[in-house]
Design a protein around this ligand. Structure first.
Ligand code: AMP
Ligand code: TRP
Length: 324
């Protein structure tokens, strides 16, 4: 059976782009893949962070992933820092990755450009992500478009390592979910919807109340012109709303565009559908938050199971590299 893995950074509250870009594809893939789902807390430390907030967001993210359908009976599910082999493999892989490769990453350039003090871990972050993936012999990595370049790097590192030190790693590939690969902000349909952009008005968080979600959708920037057509280049605002709607309903934006005669009608449908999509997740989340020990047990059990496999994998890599 092929294997899939994906990771979620606890840098903020999970949002609709996370759900439609990666969580749903992962959850759907649990049926016919061996699955691994990670809360990648070490990745959240690549930018300035507050320890208490990190702790809280790690629990929130893990609980929301369970509420959204990650099934610990089908998926290996744990918090990255609980399995120290991630960090050990990270270092070993840094020794087969070049500075130029890391420096070329678009996300590094974008994030570094907005900060005064750039953490070194922001530069080496894709190698940690490669370690997450290569630790588990993964074939497929369901991610949004912004992560494809990082998965490509993991691929290059695996191929290089296998060629130089002997067959060791499965070579992974990114799997993007079609038109929901890059949902954009409601207030700026050219910017990626993200959980920590600092522009909350344009981001639909999974835990937003129905009123807040409706207000955000109704304030979404649409384009000039009145009719509803799917044209991502010429009419990005309307296209984004259609992609959100189609993603939630599992339909296509082009087909849906025909059912609306005004922006207002489209916004009503988007608001209703988003609210209906997140409601069951919020209900389940509230139940799970009432049982924090149960969630902690699930994560501890996942980490325990992951460690056994991870130790063997890292031992092999050490031997291949000439360590004792
Ligand atoms: P992050 O929020 O960076 O931890 O992302 C977790 C996963 O969600 C990754 O696979 C991202 O590519 C995906 N993702 C985040 N934002 C979006 C978005 N706006 N559209 C589609 N996928 C997204
Ligand atoms: N870097 C990813 C992001 O920012 C999160 C991540 C870390 C990840 N490790 C991963 C995604 C492994 C897929 C596979 O979204």
């Amino acid at each position: 059976m092929s294997r899939q893995l994906s990771g979620f950074k606890p840098t903020g509250h999970l949002q609709l782009g996370n759900l439609l870009g990666a969580i749903r594809p992962m959850v759907a893939g649990q049926r016919d893949h061996e699955s691994i789902v990670l809360v990648v807390d070490l990745h959240a430390m690549t930018v300035d962070h507050d320890p208490d907030r990190l702790r809280e967001l790690t629990v929130e993210t893990a609980t929301l992933l369970l509420a959204a359908g990650v099934d610990p009976a089908r998926s290996l599910f744990y918090v990255q820092s609980q399995v120290p082999e991630h960090t050990e493999l990270h270092y070993l892989l840094e020794c087969v990755t070049s500075y130029g490769e890391a420096h070329r990453m678009i996300q590094f350039k974008e994030k570094a450009a907005t900060q005064q003090q750039v953490r070194l871990s922001l530069l080496t972050y894709p190698t940690l992500m490669a370690a997450d993936i290569l630790l588990h012999d993964v074939d497929e990595v369901p991610v949004g478009a912004d992560q494809s370049q990082h998965v490509e790097l993991a691929r290059d590192v695996a191929v290089r390592f296998n060629g130089r030190y002997g067959p060791t790693f499965v070579v992974p590939k990114a799997v993007n979910p079609g038109f929901t690969r890059r949902l954009r902000e409601l207030s700026d349909p050219c910017a990626k919807m993200g959980k920590s952009n600092g522009n909350e008005a344009g981001v639909l968080f999974l835990l937003d109340s129905a009123e807040v979600a409706r207000r955000k959708v109704f304030r979404a920037v649409t384009d000039s012109g009145r009719e509803v057509a799917y044209d991502p280049v010429g009419r990005p605002g309307v296209a984004n709303l259609l992609e959100i709607l189609a993603g939630c309903l599992d339909e296509t934006p082009t087909a849906l565009a025909r059912s609306f005669s005004s922006h207002r009608q489209l916004k009503e449908a988007v608001a209703d559908t988003v609210i209906a999509t997140v409601r069951p997740i919020q209900e389940r989340y509230a139940q799970l938050r009432a049982e924090p020990d149960a969630v902690a047990r699930v994560l501890a059990d996942g980490a325990h199971r992951a460690r056994e496999q991870a130790r063997m994998r890292v031992q092999l890599v050490r031997e291949r590299l000439g360590l004792r």
